[in-house]
Design a protein around this ligand. Structure first.
Ligand SMILES: Cc1cc2nc3c(=O)[nH]c(=O)nc-3n(C[C@H](O)[C@H](O)[C@H](O)COP(=O)(O)OP(=O)(O)OC[C@H]3O[C@@H](n4cnc5c(N)ncnc54)[C@H](O)[C@@H]3O)c2cc1C
Length: 407
């Protein structure tokens, strides 16, 4: 029995029938489509390919790169990726207690690099090219307007009026997921008094393949290495969390004035700066779906969880969703949309997601608070990690190569 689409639509001839439909052609959806096709499934992916042009990048850590290598995707991305050798955290909160700087380096844990940074638009375009070249994937460049969950399959209706039947729908359609909503899965949401300003930057001095986070009272200001381009040999991406009032004021600045403020916030270690992209503004919020799966539906990526871009966790976590889904589907037998494997997927993801959501929340709020005991706890944590090698290495491994990663 189907729910939520008018009878005439349900009875209409199907345009397409596949094993698995991925909703949403963002970075996570495209990776999911490619990985599901690699596992032998017939896949459709529905969504519009849009260049966001918002100065956003994704830093992917070693665990994610291992997944992309295992899926034979990484060799197609290396020419757009810049390596990250180290991450330096610099306290700029003017806390009344001394808080030391902290550096996490790849060779601390025997790696050549901690990860790589890629421009968001370039990543989506490159993954879309790979999807187009894959004969096991139908790329349907259209929006999903309705979904019906039936006993034996799920049907998606497109704006064009066409339909796609599948055994399983993978919701990768972002925070406002229609797929999640139509399945009756709720969300828990919360907000932060912050806006993230994003941009690509060209600068005078080298970044030495090092990402730097300046921790301020309004949140971190993070610069991450980017690949050079013609006439811009030194480039980095910026994610700068600030109060909504400061974001509004900076929205009104011209490019030269804004670049000067960024160079100043980065304590002039990059020398003079120029904007190398449009600027993006993102109000900071968190969201977690009340469950990650149901009969015929699995939620991944920002359809399942979203949080502020501290410690660059979003897409890294999403790739772990995909790895866990592949692993659960392997044991599914004939019907990949049956409840048992999807319940297994949901259970496998909950602890990892909840640890990140809570960890990011605590880290973010600890910077915003000027309550002395909170500053002392943060200072103690930084001091312990800087002085105690095994603790620092354990924290680094948890960040870049988490044990729950399935690849
Ligand atoms: C400022 C900022 C910086 C970040 N930095 C990092 C980082 O360094 N590292 C990291 O790992 N993560 C980072 N993230 C998170 C990361 O960008 C996201 O996790 C990542 O983009 C994956 O998002 P997604 O594919 O789930 O969602 P989206 O990118 O929102 O994609 C959802 C897709 O679904 C489509 N869609 C929506 N509705 C429909 C519909 N009805 N039918 C069809 N398609 C639909 C949308 O058009 C879109 O293409 C950052 C996030 C922010 C805000």
């Amino acid at each position: 029995m189907c729910r939520s689409i008018s009878a005439s639509r349900i009875l209409a001839e199907a345009d397409l029938a596949v094993d698995c439909l991925v909703a949403g052609a963002g970075a996570a959806g495209l990776c999911a489509a490619l990985a599901l096709a690699n596992s032998g499934h017939r896949v459709a992916i529905a969504g519009k390919l849009e260049a966001a042009s918002n100065g956003r990048t994704v830093a992917l850590f070693e665990g994610s790169l291992r997944f992309l290598r295992a899926q034979q995707l990484w060799p197609h991305l290396t020419d757009i990726a810049a390596k990250i050798d180290a991450i330096e955290l610099i306290d700029a909160t003017n806390a009344p207690v001394p808080i030391p700087s902290l550096t996490f380096a790849a060779d601390d844990i025997g790696l050549n690099a901690l990860g790589a940074n890629i421009e968001g638009d370039k990543l989506v375009l490159r993954l879309a090219d790979l999807v187009r070249q894959n004969p096991a994937i139908h790329l349907v460049e259209d929006w999903i307007t309705d979904i019906a969950y039936g006993d034996d399959n799920v049907t998606a209706v497109l704006v064009s009026g066409g339909t796609i039947h599948a055994k399983l729908i993978v919701a990768a359609d972002g925070q406002r997921s229609i797929v999640r909503k139509k399945a009756g899965i709720g969300t828990r949401r919360w907000t932060y008094p912050q806006v993230a300003l994003t941009a690509l930057l060209a600068h005078e001095l080298p970044h030495h393949d090092r990402s730097v986070e300046f921790h301020t009272r309004s949140g971190p200001c993070t610069l991450v290495p980017l690949r050079p381009r013609e006439n811009a040999p030194q480039r980095s991406s910026l994610v700068w969390l600030m109060t909504p009032q400061e974001a509004e004021r900076r929205r009104g600045l011209d490019a030269t004035a804004l670049a000067a403020e960024i160079a100043h916030e980065a304590e002039e270690i990059y020398g003079a700066m120029q904007l190398d992209s449009a600027v993006g503004f993102f109000p900071m919020a968190g969201m977690r779906a009340t469950r990650f799966a149901g009969r015929r539906i699995a939620l991944i990526a920002e359809a399942a969880h979203a949080f502020p871009p501290l410690a660059a966790q979003g897409l890294n976590l999403s790739l772990r969703d995909i790895a866990a889904l592949l692993s659960s589907l392997k044991a599914a037998g004939q019907d990949i949309g049956a409840l048992a494997p999807l319940r297994h997927y949901a259970e496998a993801r909950e602890a990892d997601v909840d640890i990140r959501v809570r960890g990011i929340d605590i880290l973010n709020r600890s910077m915003l608070s000027d309550f002395l005991p909170v500053d002392m706890a943060r200072g103690l944590g930084f001091f312990a990690m800087s002085a105690i090698g095994p603790l620092r290495r354990a924290a680094l491994r948890e960040g870049v190569l988490p044990p729950r990663a399935l690849f």
